[in-house]
Write a protein of this length. Structure first.
Length: 407
């Protein structure tokens, strides 16, 4: 199926955050919303719900477990017990509530900067202390094993710092909040790294909460491994939290799932306040089930378009902004760009907005490792992406051509 982004004239009729934050002269490539039309099976399911006035409370016992289990089996060969799938409102709420159940206030929770900015606040909201274990950026020549490479054999470029992670676990961290695939890097963690994490988590009695919301958007040359599928040990020490929200552009509908693989971890989920599942949206549930059961053809079309944009972005940068650092992601539609060579300071997003009218996410929001970086959303039309890079390049040229002011 060919899935293409809608034109700007239609997109600007949307009322979501992406299209109401900035004036029309700004290209909004910041928040993680895609520009593709809604998948037809999802639109149909929502229209049908409206037609039958089906706007009440979402039932806690529903078909989501079977829908997600079927998708996980087809997509990744991961066998999920539908009885171990619990619906909830969204990924962030699930993260906060599960951390609260797993810690004593003040306990440490490990995250891997540069990381999705809300992770810092979600840990604190849960009453825990943030422990930062930054990911390691590896040059291609530093990676020799196939586990740490993508499907093409090229180096994935990133790895978990296992030595530092063990030190954090040994020092008393109780939870590891893993992001797989990693946001903003678009990096699906290797089986080798995930297996090592599982061994460490078992040894130090650390619970891993794996946020896998970007997993359905893994590219054709990437390889995603669900954390709970890595080894038998993960069943006793891990919870997966995911959603159809990112892959099918359903963030505003509010529905996610918490997946477990043991009675021990299911007991953690069952101990959560009753409002955690009850706050789920009826429309989110309906749309999520449709996505997991009928939305794969559309998803494959979106991934093809996103991959095309990924390669286009690399070409545009190579020609127009050759000093910008960019490791091509293997999942999702987010680019982590090193603009340090442009001389735009620790937060280049400010200059990008002011001089180029391109809205991107500030790198420092992702942690200290993000200084000089921005996150750019390329889940858009190719002409929009091309225009954005042209604007950034023009801003660089314009700044360089200005004469120095006299003192």
């Amino acid at each position: 199926m060919d899935v293409t982004a809608e034109p700007l004239s239609l997109l600007r009729e949307r009322t979501s955050m992406k299209w109401r934050t900035y004036p029309d002269d700004v290209l909004p490539l910041f928040v993680a919303e895609m520009d593709f039309p809604l998948a037809e099976p999802i639109a149909r399911s929502l229209h049908d719900a409206i037609n039958r006035s089906d706007t009440g409370y979402a039932p806690p016992i529903n078909g989501m477990g079977e829908a997600f289990a079927g998708f996980a089996e087809r997509r990744w060969g991961w066998q999920v017990d539908p009885a171990q799938v619990t619906s909830t409102t969204d990924v962030s709420v699930a993260i906060v509530e599960t951390i609260r159940r797993l810690i004593t206030p003040g306990d440490g929770v490990v995250i891997n900067p540069p990381i999705y900015p809300p992770f810092f606040e979600l840990v604190r909201e849960a009453g825990a202390t943030v422990i930062e274990v930054p990911l390691v950026h590896l040059p291609p020549e530093a990676t020799n094993n196939t586990e740490a490479t993508d499907a093409t054999g090229a180096s994935a470029g990133w790895a978990i710092d296992l030595e530092a992670l063990e030190q954090a676990f040994a020092a008393g961290a109780r939870v590891y909040l893993l992001c797989n695939p990693h946001n903003p890097l678009g990096h699906p963690h290797s089986v080798q790294d995930l297996t090592a994490v599982a061994e460490l988590a078992t040894r130090y009695n650390v619970t891993v909460i794996s946020d896998e919301v970007h997993a359905p958007l893994t590219h054709s040359d990437g390889a995603f491994t669900p954390y709970l599928s890595v080894s038998p040990e993960t069943a006793e020490t891990a919870i997966c939290i995911t959603s159809a929200s990112k892959a099918w552009n359903l963030a505003g509908l509010k529905c996610a799932v918490m997946v477990t693989a043991s009675e021990r971890m299911r007991a953690v989920i069952e101990s959560l306040p009753m409002e955690v599942p009850w706050r789920m949206s009826q429309f989110g549930l309906i749309a999520g089930i449709a996505a997991f059961t009928e939305g794969e053809e559309w998803l494959d079309g979106v991934i093809a378009s996103v991959e095309g944009n990924r390669h286009l972005l690399a070409e545009l940068l190579d020609v127009q902004l050759p000093g910008v650092g960019f490791t091509q992601p293997r999942a999702s539609y987010l680019a982590w760009l090193d603009l340090g060579a442009l001389g735009w300071g620790d937060d280049p997003s400010v200059v990008a907005l002011e001089r180029a009218k391109v809205a991107v996410i500030a790198g420092p929001d992702f942690g200290r490792e993000g200084r000089g970086f921005v996150r750019l959303n390329f889940g858009c039309a190719p002409d929009v992406l091309s225009e954005a890079i042209s604007r950034l390049a023009a801003a660089v040229s314009s700044h360089r051509s200005k004469p120095e002011s006299a003192d």
